[in-house]
Each structure stands twice: as structure tokens, then as C-alpha cells.
Design a protein around this ligand. Sequence first.
Ligand SMILES: [Mg+2]
Length: 226
Amino acid sequence: MIKAILTDIEGTVSSISFVKDVLFPYSKEKMANFVRKNQDNPEVQKVLEEVRKIEGENLTDEEVVEVLKRWIDEDRKIAPLKDIQGLIWKEGFETGELKAPLYEDAYRKLKEWKEKYPIYVYSSGSVQAQKLFFSHTNYGNILDWFSGHFDTKIGNKKESESYRKIAKEIGLNPEEILFLSDNPDEIIASTSAKMKAIRIVRPNDAKYIKNFPYKQIKNFDEIVEV
Ligand SMILES: [Mg+2]
């Protein structure tokens, strides 16, 4: 019997393209202004310092901004870039310029489930980013629908050990947890840890896999009972 829900974000409750087509261009567009406006913010100063350590101590602020924008284009997973993007997005969400787009069916189902089950989130986005996301959705602030958040600090999403650890943290047996994700490797890892799992296949984000041994659905409406 299912006693808790564990859900992924990107490709599951929200589109993958939001990050690629909205968040990344937004951080690039705002970068120069944001750095100028927040020169005195110690967090921003730290980012500028780290960039200089990597790309050259003599860079002007303008040149550092150009480096950061280039890293966005190159999709670099590098700490100072992640940090400054986090700050820019935080401001964007807080001013209402950015809204996290939830799929409507996901919103409705989560709303129904929160009355019956504790719901947890497991995403490669940091716990801090997850909280920002659910506090500023196109349906308002739904952060309090969730009982807890996990990110890659608990482990890689494609390793079954991570799901065992999550079950332990939640305080349930893995088989009492239903995991939802668009990623086939994550579905396999979670079921290897004995969780129940359903793969969400959003038409814009993913494709059905033939002979995939686990349930695949195109939206949350297809889950009538868990
Ligand atoms: Mg995903």
C-alpha cells in the first residue's frame, strides 16, 4: 500500500524547456544589470572573485560579466555561475517576473494527493531552488503541500542507493513509496530499490519506450488510484 509520493520536477510536474528556454536566457539577459546593481553584495563579490581566479585576476567587472554570459552559452556546470544564476532567479521569482509553470494535471493531482499522502520532491535542482520553484508557481505558492525535499546531496538520481536512503529518511519501506519521473534510468533505479514507480511521458519532453517494464503515462490524470 502506498503511503507517500515522491516526485521529480523537470519533465514530470513542469516542462524541461522552462529551464532551457526561460531560466537560462533570463539569467543571461539580466547578468550585466544584476552585477552592476549588486556590486556591494558579498555573495556577488564572491562570485566575481571566483570567476577572476578561473579566467584572470585582471578582468574588469564588465569582462567578468562577459565570461559569465559565455559560460551560460556553453552550458557550464560551474559553481560561480550556478550561484549568480540562483541569485538572479531568486530576484526574478520574488518580483513576479518569473513564474514556475506547473502542468495543470500535475497541479490538480498534487492538490488531491496532499490531503491523503505526504508528498516529497527529489530533483537535481538544489533544495533551495526547489523551494523557490514551488513558492512561485503559475498557481501560486504551493510549497506547504510538500513534506520534504531531496536533491543530489542524498545521492545520484540514477543510483538505487539514493532511493533506499530517501525511504529511510522518510521513515517508510521503499515499497510504500510511489516515485514519479520522466527519466527511465531514474525509474529503474527507484524500482531496484523496491519503490513503486510510474514514468511520465510528456509529449514535448520525452517519448514512450517500447517494452519498458514499468508503467508509462502521458499525464497525471491517468493515475486514478495509487
Ligand atoms: Mg525529470
